[in-house]
Design a protein around this ligand. Structure first.
Ligand code: 13P
Length: 249
């Protein structure tokens, strides 16, 4: 059976003290979850939060890492540095990184390679923008994103990948994909994984939904057979809401 997961993505929110307070609340409340629980935090929180969550089922993710191994890249944080904080995951390919920081499929392929090489698990995000959905092009868009960055991985490497389908038009907009839209896309993604690897590997792949997923709509989204959990932005910033989403999984 594939892993069910609820992951948070704090994005550029919470200073260190606020982040520690939220992680402390989660640590106290999440004792024996029915699914994997991950929180993606800004780089500056990672070491402190990973230490605080030692022994807790709540795992820590970075929200990005560099596309170079090391060296003269002022302001960048390498996959090895992320790993050294105690974080176990890194979120890569988020649409905000693609859109605002011009991350390309090629750069992301390199980031994924470096993350895996350094023993990090990857939550890899894909998804179409509104115009692409309106033109009915969502399938070709996500296919190209997968082919461009991760479908070259070996079957062994693929085990470290969790996919997150995040339709860009649903992120932070309050416009959630309908459960049917999510299911349709997740089933398609699983079919692509089956073709690129094999049906067993596809069946074992965790595919999360992200985009205005909250404590009110999570259960309905998670009820779909191919929706294995969620990647949560805004609602992961409030312990009560994030905990309710975990309980819905
Ligand atoms: P929201 O839940 O705020 O829409 O963000 C989703 C997201 O981008 C998670 O990575």
């Amino acid at each position: 059976m594939r892993t069910k997961m609820v992951a948070g993505n704090w994005k550029m929110n919470k200073n260190l003290q606020e982040g520690v307070a939220l992680a402390t609340e989660l640590k106290q409340a999440v004792k024996d979850p029915k699914c994997a629980v991950v929180i993606g935090t800004p780089f500056i929180h990672l070491a402190t939060v990973a230490e605080l969550l030692k022994g807790s089922p709540v795992k820590v993710a970075a929200e990005n890492c560099a596309d170079h191994e090391k060296g003269a890249y002022t302001g960048e944080v390498s996959a090895e540095m992320v790993k050294s904080t105690g974080a176990e995951y890194v979120i890569l390919g988020h649409s905000e990184r693609r859109q605002y920081y011009a991350e390309t499929n090629e750069m992301l392929a390199e980031k994924v390679r470096l993350a895996l090489q350094n023993g990090l698990k990857v939550i890899f995000c894909i998804g179409e923008v509104k115009e692409e959905r309106e033109a009915g092009r969502q399938n070709e868009v996500v296919k190209a994103q997968l082919e461009g960055s991760v479908f070259g991985l070996s079957a062994e490497e693929w085990k470290q990948i969790t996919l997150a389908y995040e339709p860009v038009w649903a992120i932070g907009t309050g416009l959630t994909a309908t459960p049917a839209q999510a299911q349709e896309m997740h089933a398609y993604l699983r079919e692509l994984v089956a073709k690129n690897y094999n049906p067993q590997i596809a069946d074992d792949t965790t595919i999360l939904y992200g985009g205005s997923c909250n404590e009110k709509n999570a259960a309905e989204l998670f009820a779909n057979p191919d929706v294995d959990g969620g990647l949560i932005g805004g609602a992961s910033l409030v312990a009560e809401k994030f905990l309710a989403i975990i309980a819905a999984r």
